[in-house]
Design a protein around this ligand. Sequence first.
Ligand code: ATP
Length: 443
Amino acid sequence: MEKITSLAKRRGFVFQSSEIYGGQNGAWDYGPLGIELKNRIAGAWWKEMTRLHDNIVGLDAAILMHPRTWEASGHIENFTDPLVDCKKCKTRFRADMIPEENLASKKCPECGGELTDTRKFNLMFKTHIGPAEDTANVIYLRPETAQGIYVNYKNIIQSNRMKIPFGIAQIGKAFRNEIVTKNFIFRTCEFEQMEMQYFVKPGTDEEAFNDWKAQRWAYYEKLGVKMDHLRWHQHGADELAHYAKDAYDIQYLFPMGWRELEGVHNRTNYDLTRHSEFSGKDMQYIDQDNNERYIPYIIETSAGLTRNVLMILCDAYDEEKVADKGNDDDWRTVLRFHPDLAPVTVAVLPLMKKDGLAELAQDIRGELKEDYSTDYDQSGAIGRRYRRQDEAGTPFCVTVDYQSKEDGTITLRFRDSMEQVRVPRAELAARLRSEIKSYKRVK
Ligand code: ATP
């Protein structure tokens, strides 16, 4: 993880928030490569969940919601973590994350000091809306994006004439006052989620649940993720939310071990029933074709976008021996991103700045810009420039040399195999398109 954190900072993927003030715990900033990567991961998910499904539509609900929302959802009462403090070293722990024997003996796992009693700690960030800081003006930063979907479900049925089964997808920020934030961007207080809520007729929920499990698994395979680094974890009785009928997590083998990446949950009709009770609005779906009405069951697929960024970085990271000269240059660091996710798709590199090569390279870049995210680099030895692109995960480099001026061909270099082929400039765009479409991860 240290290597990934340092590469992420060095190459401008992720910076500590407010670093000049010593950093802000639980918050991170996405630099030029990081925002491109995050946007592409979000784009791949959005395409998968909306464009490829005729019955799923998008939504972007506000972060600030009516406080009654969180009473109805149960977050005010139940969205808590058990907290203990060490009286001696002042370290704060999530009680469910330290060994049982330490809890039983009230002994700090760090320094052996005495632990406080366990108390409940609500993870929602609370603030006030308007100038008066009184209880009537309390408002929360949403701890999940899902509720924004539930409260809009009737609006969407009416405006878009949706018929069950259908889904609503949303990507957005969520906030949780996490007790322990470590492992880089894995668990943060401010993060982004990609959630899809699928509304089904009660009785068909189990089939839909199994179907979504299969779809979400296939999605990661399509992105070229190492499938032996993914596994399912079914929630046991002690983990299952009180309203959930069944829940599975997709876990990824991060450097610190197997951890949750995404959850697929059967949330039953709990949320809509509660919103119906708390708002007084009828949340039933009216099936005019079959002359029946019911509160739908909801299958949720809930993935962390920022956690997916970390997963994709870990999954892509590789160090490879490429020479045997006994120095640092023998090794390269390479991020093996799927070309659809890579922050830069193609870098254009003139072999020399002079003799019109730089101008020709800029001209080629200008042509590729409309369709691809590009980079241009003219400084340093060509081998060094390839390494810089490998480290940024750029799948293709185009090198312009003297022959390019003469016969109009360029060198296309592949990140993964380091293979180089000569391609006529006129065929470059089509070649890139077909390479991206047929990309298969080899290592
Ligand atoms: P945990 O038990 O690890 O706190 P959770 O089971 O409460 O997490 P969910 O509420 O199911 O998590 O959230 C859905 C997804 O949102 C998770 O799979 C994860 O990818 C992401 N997520 C949740 N909390 C955080 C966080 N603090 N930082 C980054 N991503 C998060």
